[in-house]
Design a protein. Structure first.
Length: 226
């Protein structure tokens, strides 16, 4: 019984502690991109550096440590007679809402250009505030993509500025990260303790008549001599 109560107390202590939940605010992200206005309501189109880009709502999945893995697709819209270019931006957010890594892939004319996985300063053991860490990841990501595009000798305006579009989405995605406290659930009731069975009075022996007397009648018995 004692071990049962101790186990219940431990469960209650772990449940009643408030925890933080991290999420991506899709509405805020869409508003900053100009609104999810395409036919499906899942993409936003906007001009940037003289070209048109399209961003789709992010795909989000939880990570084992309580954070998020976020993948977002970005298109370079090139017109009716040309096929669009595509990019994928992936970030990993920890349970505290900090971006710990980012990577991007750009597909242009059948060629795929992938950035390195960019890790934040904290992942390398350095002390950095959340904002500085996010800026560092975004800066290194765009620098890596731009350098690889240059090596591919890509000169078209909208394509050369594709890394800038990736950085634009990265910045807005960072601003859409939300960390919220999850209130603890209602306290659990302790388990009911087993009660011992009630004792039943022993039955009167057979042949014994119960003597019923009115209240105040003296008890019968031997009479003492005077």
């Amino acid at each position: 019984m004692k071990s049962l109560l101790l186990t219940f107390a431990a469960v209650c202590a772990s449940v009643l502690v408030s925890s933080a939940g991290v999420r991506i605010d899709d509405e805020a992200l869409g508003k900053n991109l100009g609104g999810w206005k395409n036919r499906s309501g899942k993409a936003a189109e906007y001009p940037l550096s003289g070209a048109t880009y399209r961003t789709y709502k992010p795909e989000v999945s939880p990570t084992p440590d309580g954070g998020l893995f976020v993948s977002i697709r970005i298109d370079h819209v090139r017109g009716w007679l040309s096929s669009d270019d595509h990019a994928i931006l992936e970030i990993t957010v920890n349970s505290k809402g900090m971006i710990v890594s980012a990577q991007s892939n750009i597909a242009i004319q059948g060629r795929s250009i992938s950035s390195d996985v960019i890790l934040g300063a904290g992942a390398a053991g350095q002390q950095a505030v959340v904002m500085d860490r996010a800026v560092q990841i975004g800066t290194e990501l765009v620098a890596d993509l731009s350098a690889k595009l240059l090596r591919e000798k890509i000169v078209e305006a909208g394509r050369v500025s594709f890394p800038a579009a990736v950085r634009h989405n990265y910045n807005l995605l960072f601003q859409a990260i939300r960390v919220e406290e999850i209130p603890p659930p209602a306290p659990l009731m302790p388990p009911a303790l087993p009660q011992p069975p009630a004792e039943t009075p022993a039955p009167a022996p057979e042949g014994t008549a119960l003597e019923i007397k009115p209240y105040g009648t003296p008890a019968s018995g031997p009479v003492c001599p005077k």
